[in-house]
Design a protein around this ligand. Structure first.
Ligand SMILES: *Cc1c(COP(=O)(O)O)cnc(C)c1O
Length: 371
């Protein structure tokens, strides 16, 4: 039997094909068009914010959010040590410095106590990341931000639809950033979105996204802006995906429940957390091998690969990467512990119960052979 189960693949139906074809045929192929307006309006509706601004990718959405808040050289921005590199890189693009802090063992997201420890006069903002679909501890983060007059930018790239105490993430920050890369909850190929309730931030994000062109006078530019726009073709794909997001999220929860059932009696393997405040969307169903060293983790990944099962290691702590080793950080031992032992399992909405059973069977096989 030769099969291949990928970690992630997009869920594309005839609806997506039809909308994209419609956008192409309409001639509105660049950054104007009905699908763009519709995508932004409906996305804001879905998250529960007043405004949404589309971008060419999630990294750019983060960069633009930082620019809107005036983050610049000499400033510091607090980020979790365990996240995709884009979170920190976007800070670096502005000339500011990312400062790395630890995560919580029970949520895999930024630890509010550590945020407080890392604050200095230079600190301007916090970027909580809702890692692998689990919301960060927003009440505590919002309280700290208020107390120290800091901005919050939520990195929601992996958490479309995740909820903190019944409220969708992407509505807690001054601005929030989403990604629509091919492996995210919904996709536009490449793409990103900023959400906000603040009209001034909304206007400034649109202005900087479009070469900082004056609203009154075309081709008069009053700042060095950017071309960070999404195309109408991408937005067409986005509208179709957004119309199906409920179905995709329900399937993801189902897949997590299948894994949970199949692995529930296996010792030393912990699945994604879901704290009392959280509705996790399980962007990536993941396991942490609580008793394994780094080598053991890689050994399991190799075995699964030979069985036609693709997996991913967790992100590496950013403070260990060459460009960030000299940056300020707190003790990030939980980030290191989770990073070394974590694996993302196949998580596409296309998976069947039989696929999940097969993956879990191979994990159990490895487990009994290594004891
Ligand atoms: C994917 C991702 C991004 C960046 O999004 P792109 O669209 O790939 O630029 C940022 N932060 C996190 C946590 C991500 O997972």
């Amino acid at each position: 039997m030769s099969q291949f189960i990928p970690v992630s693949e997009p869920s594309i139906t005839q609806k997506e094909v039809d909308y994209v074809a419609d956008a192409v045929k309409s001639g509105w192929v660049s950054s104007h068009g009905e699908y763009l307006l519709e995508f932004e309006e409906r996305f804001a509706d879905f998250i529960g914010t007043r405004y949404a601004v589309s971008n060419c990718n999630g990294t750019v959405a983060l960069h633009l959010a930082l620019l809107v808040l005036g983050i610049k050289s000499g400033d510091e921005v607090i980020v979790p040590d365990l996240t995709f590199v884009a979170t920190a890189n976007a800070v670096s693009y502005t000339g500011a410095k990312p400062v790395f802090v630890d995560i919580e063992r029970n949520s895999w997201c930024i630890d509010p106590c550590d945020i407080e420890r890392a604050i200095t006069e230079k600190t301007k903002a916090i970027i909580p990341v809702h890692l692998y679909g689990h919301p960060a501890n927003m009440d505590d983060i919002v309280a700290i931000a208020k107390k120290h007059s800091l901005y919050i930018i939520e990195d929601c790239a992996e958490a479309h639809g995740a909820e903190y105490k019944g409220i969708k993430v992407g509505s807690f920050g001054d601005l929030s950033a989403f990604s629509f890369y091919g492996n995210k909850v919904i996709t536009t190929g490449e793409g990103g979105m900023i959400t906000t309730d603040n009209e001034e931030y909304y206007r400034k994000a649109k202005y900087l996204r479009d070469h900082a062109m004056s609203e009154e006078k075309r081709y008069w530019h009053t700042d060095i802006g950017y071309n960070y726009r999404m195309t109408n073709i991408q937005a067409a794909l986005g509208v179709a995906q957004l119309e199906r997001i409920q179905e995709i999220l329900e399937k993801k929860r189902q897949i997590f429940e299948w894994y949970h059932k199949c692995l529930s009696n296996v010792s030393d393997i912990v699945l994604n957390p879901e704290t009392s405040w959280a509705k996790n969307i399980f962007w990536m169903v993941s396991i942490v091998l609580t008793h394994a060293t780094n080598n053991k983790r890689d050994d399991l990944m190799l075995k699964l690969k030979n069985d036609g099962i693709e997996t991913r290691p967790f992100f590496y702590p950013l403070s260990d990467m060459p460009m960030y080793t000299t940056h300020r950080k707190t003790d990030t031992s939980v980030a290191h512990y989770i990073s070394e032992r974590g694996i993302n399992l196949p998580s596409s909405a296309k998976l069947t119960f039989e696929d999940v059973e097969y993956v879990c069977g191979k994990i159990k096989e490895w487990k009994s052979s290594t004891l």
